[in-house]
Each structure stands twice: as structure tokens, then as C-alpha cells.
Design a protein around this ligand. Structure first.
Ligand SMILES: Nc1ncnc2c1ncn2[C@@H]1O[C@H](COP(=O)(O)OP(=O)(O)OP(=O)(O)O)[C@@H](O)[C@H]1O
Length: 310
């Protein structure tokens, strides 16, 4: 339904998207998660035909975005991360305007607009001016706008950004409803747990590269195969850092502002206790050495944070 093959986008010498390969099955919800600047909007703009890739291919609903952009546009609803709403319109007029732009007849628009307003919980605001709507309402109106021509694919760039928790939940419920209507949805966020709840598959993108891909459970399991260990030292933090960094089973390592050190470790429990023993014998001023529990948010931070990879 949506497929990218080695999708790459460079701005001059800077590579914003680096050989991205993702696949979104029909009727599923795929979450693209990454920190600011990871390449999410770039991906979505290519999928929405607003930007051409430097190399690689993107197929949406069976159509190549570069070869046949007009056909792709008919099949998608795109919600950008920043959007303007025409404030001088009333809510229903706004949707009517977009319906007209998509070639819907007056009769079709009269049928579809009340249904869309109901879907996004804005029926009671149909006659209000757009500029008096709250941010969450504007986001929902923008979502309704994406749906006016009944697209099979929705490309939603951070639809919940800037919303308070209640508005986020409301947005999530609407997306669930859209999923039940068999829409294929790709959605981005920089908050992993938020996506985890509603997505079938998650892709984690970092510096333009896909660093993890799979179901929420798969990502969790894959990244749990290594333990996270935290070390506190009384002083000589740099020495402690260097000592652990040298170990072959230490995968990534970073030092926090308070001097504590966290590292990914792929060795067995036996090797772990040997490592601790060697650290003590090396006379390092250790205060603590313990395995830390990781949740989804930690995992995300761990794979996208500036870490020193080995
Ligand atoms: N027109 C441009 N010219 C040069 N660099 C750009 C341009 N557009 C984006 N970039 C860079 O490409 C990288 C990816 O940007 P992109 O907007 O895709 O990230 P993002 O994951 O959507 O981030 P955010 O969560 O902040 O929206 C960033 O480093 C950004 O500065």
C-alpha cells in the first residue's frame, strides 16, 4: 500500500533521508517516530508528492509518486505539520471550499460535510468562524479537510502536536475510527508511547536512517536483547567511562551531565559479573553498578540519543 525503497533526499551536501525502506500494509496504521530533524516531514512530503526524492522510489497505493503524482494526490489525504486555516471562513464553509477544489458537486458536499464534522466532533461548531476554534479543533478540522475526497491513504504529520492530553486522546479516538474504516494511515510523532498505542507497526528514524522497524513488541524485544547498565562513580568519571568503553560487549555508551554512565551490554550475566570484578580490581571509584529497567520511552531515547556508538 505504501512502500519506500532506498528513499533518499539530500539538500546540497546534507542527506536528510538516507536509503529509507518502509512498508505499510493496506488498512494498517504505521507510525514513524523520530526526534526533531530526523527526516519525518521530508518522508511525508515525498509521499505526498510535494517534494521529489534525490534517489530511490516511493509507491503509494500502487502508484509511483514521481511518475504519476496527480494520481497519488487523488488517493491521499495529507495533513502537514504546519498548516494554515482560512480564518474568514465558517467551519462548514471551509470544508465546502476544499470539497469544491476536489471536484465534489454541491450535492455531494452537502452529504459528506455533516458526516465529516460528526467524525471529527465538530458538528456543534459548523457555523462558527474557523479563527475562534481551539487549536485541537483546528487540527481536527484539518483532518476533516484531508478526508473530503474519501482518500484511501492518510499521511498525517504530527497530527497531535501541540495538543493537551485530552485533545490528544480525542485525536487518537478519531484515528482509531479511521482505521476501522479501512484507511491506510502513516502518522508521525516524536513521542513513541503515543504512537505505540494506535500503530500496528513502528519505524524509528534517526538522522535520516531507519534504526528500528517492526511491531511495538518486536521493537521492544529487539532492543531488550541488550541490557542497559548504569554506573555511578565517586570521581574520575572519564577513567570509568574509558574502562567500560573498551569492553567488547559494551555496544553504546554515554555519560550523563551528573557524571553517571549508561551503557548497552550484550554479554551474559556471567560476563557481566566478571566485568564488574575487573572494574573493582582496576581500583575504579565505583559507587553503583546496576541493570536498569527500560520502557518504550527509554528505548527510544537510547536509540536516538547522541550516543557514542562502538
Ligand atoms: N529545505 C531544506 N533545506 C535544507 N535542509 C532541510 C530542508 N528541509 C529540511 N531540512 C533538514 O533536513 C532534516 C530533516 O528535516 P525534517 O523536517 O524532515 O525532520 P522532522 O523529522 O520532520 O523534524 P520535526 O519533528 O522537527 O518536524 C533536518 O536536519 C532539516 O534541517
Amino acid at each position: 500500500m505504501i512502500e519506500t525503497i532506498n528513499l533518499t533526499k539530500s539538500y546540497g551536501s546534507f542527506t536528510a533521508l538516507n536509503e529509507l525502506n518502509i512498508e505499510v500494509k493496506k488498512g494498517s496504521v504505521y507510525g514513524l517516530v523520530g526526534q526533531n530533524g530526523a527526516g519525518k516531514s521530508t518522508t511525508f512530503q515525498i509521499l505526498s508528492t510535494l517534494m521529489v526524492p534525490t534517489s530511490g522510489t516511493a509507491i503509494v497505493d500502487g502508484v509511483d509518486v514521481v511518475k504519476n503524482p496527480a494520481e497519488v494526490r487523488r488517493r491521499i489525504g495529507y495533513m502537514p505539520d504546519f498548516f494554515g486555516v482560512y480564518d474568514q471562513f465558517r467551519t462548514s464553509e471551509y470544508l465546502d471550499f476544499y470539497g469544491g477544489s476536489y471536484g465534489l458537486t454541491v450535492t455531494e458536499r452537502k452529504q459528506v460535510i455533516p458526516k465529516l464534522l460528526e467524525l471529527v466532533n465538530l458538528s456543534h461548531k459548523a457555523n462558527d468562524y474557523v479563527d475562534v476554534l481551539s487549536r485541537g479543533m483546528k487540527q481536527r478540522l484539518c483532518l476533516a479537510r484531508c478526508l473530503i475526497h474519501d482518500p484511501s491513504v492518510l499521511i498525517l504529520d504530527e497530527p497531535a502536536s501541540g495538543l493537551d492530553p485530552r485533545a490528544r486522546i480525542e485525536m487518537r479516538e478519531i484515528l482509531k475510527e479511521l482505521k476501522s474504516m479501512d484507511k491506510t494511515i502513516i502518522i508521525s510523532s516524536h513521542i513513541l508511547p503515543e504512537l505505540a498505542e494506535m500503530c500496528d507497526q513502528i519505524g524509528v528514524v534517526d538522522h535520516g536512517k531507519l534504526v528500528a522497524n517492526g511491531s511495538v513488541m518486536e521493537i521492544h524485544d529487539k532492543l531488550q536483547q541488550q541490557k542497559m547498565i548504569q554506573v555511578h562513580a565517586f570521581d574520575r568519571h572519564e577513567d570509568v567511562f574509558s574502562f567500560f568503553k573498551e569492553d567488547n560487549d559494551v555496544t553504546t555508551i554515554r555519560m550523563e551531565a551528573d557524571g553517571s554512565i549508561e551503557f548497552g551490554y550484550k554479554g551474559s550475566d556471567y560476563q557481566q559479573q566478571k566485568l564488574l570484578k575487573r572494574a573493582v580490581l582496576a581500583d575504579l571509584p565505583l559507587l553503583g553498578f546496576n541493570q536498569i529497567e527500560t520502557d518504550l520511552e527509554d528505548i527510544f531515547m537510547d536509540i536516538t540519543k547522541e550516543v557514542e556508538s562502538k
